[in-house]
Design a protein around this ligand. Structure first.
Ligand SMILES: CC(C)(COP(=O)(O)OP(=O)(O)OC[C@H]1O[C@@H](n2cnc3c(N)ncnc32)[C@H](O)[C@@H]1OP(=O)(O)O)[C@@H](O)C(=O)NCCC(=O)NCCS
Ligand SMILES: [Zn+2]
Length: 203
């Protein structure tokens, strides 16, 4: 049968299939279930919520977990490319950092940022007119948002914004020093516009 809620196809009579479906269905409805790891690198915590950081110094389990959450987010959005490849997280150059948003033993959001080289700086009005006018050529790299996702159940409550604001605080970046990698989804643009007056667009 096909579950009318999560869309998974499974054989009702098979015990193992039912088990797999129960787990998938729970993740679909409530977010990714995972206990707090002892060595999580926490960048922000308040009440039952916390944000952890995963980079090339994180252990394999944390990288695997971040990867599963990112795939979940990818499957759940109209985004065109996978948020990251695990190898990028093992890169000694540290070109990708992943942030995970937790509510006790649930992970319900992720932000993936990357080091970007070619950046076009423009106002949102210029962006609307598709005019990449002021190319930044200062030889620096910019941190850029590659992918952000918040589980459906938690949307519209300020968690997407919180994830970006806390990541920027941790990275010691002002909102206008942060780029957003295109392409965007509609909700992605709506959120980015609320964070920064400028677009730092990378391709
Ligand atoms: C984009 C996304 C992460 C936003 O998460 P969220 O937790 O719902 O966002 P927030 O509640 O923090 O919203 C922050 C602001 O953006 C605005 N916003 C967010 N999504 C919006 C939408 N779809 N339409 C209009 N405005 C939106 C909110 O109104 C809010 O404005 P405010 O600060 O003035 O109140 C979420 O919608 C999502 O996961 N979408 C699917 C994946 C995706 O498309 N990712 C973007 C890839 S570029
Ligand atoms: Zn289901």
């Amino acid at each position: 049968m096909i579950c009318p809620i999560c869309g998974m196809a499974y054989i009702k009579e098979s015990n193992s299939d039912r088990k797999v479906h129960t787990k998938y269905h729970d993740t679909f409805e409530n977010g990714y279930k995972s206990k707090r790891y002892k060595r999580e690198q926490i960048i922000w915590e308040e009440g039952q919520h916390r944000i952890s950081l995963i980079n090339n110094r994180s252990n394999y389990n944390e990288i695997e977990r971040a990867s599963k959450v990112a795939i979940m987010g990818y499957d759940d959005s109209e985004f065109m490319s996978r948020p990251f490849d695990n190898n990028e997280l093992f890169n000694p150059e540290r070109t990708v950092i992943v942030f995970l948003l937790h509510e006790e033993d649930r992970i319900f959001g992720t932000l993936v940022i990357e080091k970007a080289k070619l950046v076009f700086k423009m106002s949102w009005e210029e962006y609307d007119l598709v005019k990449p006018t002021r190319e930044i050529k200062d030889g620096r790299f910019y941190w850029s948002g590659r992918f952000i996702w918040v589980h459906k159940k938690y949307r519209g409550k300020g968690f997407g914004k919180l994830l970006i604001i806390k990541a920027l605080e941790y990275m010691k970046l002002q909102p206008d020093q942060f780029a957003y990698s295109s392409p965007f989804t509609d909700s992605g643009v709506a959120l980015a516009r609320k964070i920064s007056p400028m677009v730092l667009k990378t391709d």
